[in-house]
Write a protein that binds this ligand. Structure first.
Ligand SMILES: [Zn+2]
Length: 58
């Protein structure tokens, strides 16, 4: 059972890129996707990994 980030935390999350676009949470993949640049951020133990270095290019 993966740990999910708290909804209140998800609302505050923004892309670390300069556009700071809101992120959409994909519960099935347990990752966050930027609504603007489509970068994907992993969530580990309920903690979003917001480092640009960890971005998975798709
Ligand atoms: Zn972005």
């Amino acid at each position: 059972m993966p740990a999910y980030p708290a909804p209140v935390l998800l609302e505050l999350l923004r892309c670390p890129d300069p556009h700071h676009a809101p992120l959409a949470y994909d519960r099935e993949a347990n990752c966050l996707t930027c609504s603007q640049c489509d970068k994907v951020f992993r969530v580990e133990d309920g903690i979003p990994v917001m480092l640009l270095d960890s971005v998975k290019e798709e």
